[in-house]
Write a protein that binds this ligand. Structure first.
Ligand SMILES: CC(C)(COP(=O)(O)OP(=O)(O)OC[C@H]1O[C@@H](n2cnc3c(N)ncnc32)[C@H](O)[C@@H]1OP(=O)(O)O)[C@@H](O)C(=O)NCCC(=O)NCCS
Length: 189
């Protein structure tokens, strides 16, 4: 009989943590119980409209339906979607994902994220990003990630800078909020 693979409910890593600095977040797959918190956090225009791929006003049952859709995306290998969990109170405070995944040699994907407004500017997204980069490289053998943000979204640019992304040529792209010029980035894993 083959070995049973141990499944960890929460993914944590030991990479790139400064000395004496414990991680404040973990990332794990979403569970149905996260939907009430996600519904509240995504009902804020500052998150939904800035993220660009989230409908606003956020629809009733939007979070429940979104979380239900993750299983199929994970099974088909088209996206890796994780909840960002604040370890102080075990609350879901945001999401981080890699979509548009291409497989094979030089497998690549597109990094996206959002954090609820009450949790902004505490370093949570950067910490979650480090965990996600490690997951992408170690468990999904991904070689390259790309990411983009609207010019005005300086916080997102700072997150990518802190994660070690390099800037590419800007591109005009369309999202749910309209057509904008985006700063574009890549990172080799
Ligand atoms: C972008 C976002 C995910 C960042 O989450 P976060 O947990 O606050 O990020 P962190 O605290 O890890 O890092 C944010 C960095 O941006 C900096 N920052 C915040 N606002 C800034 C601004 N207006 N100009 C420049 N830097 C800014 C913070 O100071 C911090 O940098 P520091 O640690 O060097 O001080 C969050 O703002 C968000 O969810 N925004 C709405 C959705 C979104 O924009 N998603 C990304 C779409 S591309």
């Amino acid at each position: 009989m083959g070995k049973v693979k141990r499944i960890l409910p929460i993914f944590q890593t030991t990479v790139a943590q400064p000395m004496n600095h414990l991680p404040h977040v973990a990332i794990r797959p979403f569970i149905a119980a996260d939907s009430a918190q996600v519904q509240i956090l995504l009902s804020d225009a500052r998150v939904a409209q800035t993220a660009g791929n989230i409908p606003y006003p956020y629809p009733q049952y939007g979070a429940k339906n979104w979380i239900t859709s993750h299983g199929a995306q994970h099974r088909s290998g088209t996206a890796i979607i994780r909840a960002i969990i604040c370890l102080e109170d075990d609350q879901c405070i945001g999401a981080i994902s890699i979509d548009q995944i291409s497989r094979g040699l030089n497998a690549s994907g597109n990094l996206g994220y959002w954090v609820g407004v009450p949790y902004w500017n505490k370093g949570y997204c950067v910490q979650a990003g480090r965990l996600m980069l490690d997951l992408a490289a170690r468990e999904y053998a991904m070689a390259r990630l790309v990411a983009a943000h609207r010019i005005a979204n300086a916080a997102s640019g700072r997150v990518l800078e802190k994660l070690g992304f390099s800037e590419l040529e800007p591109q005009r792209m369309t999202n749910l909020s309209g057509q904008y010029l985006f700063r574009c980035y890549e990172k080799r894993l």
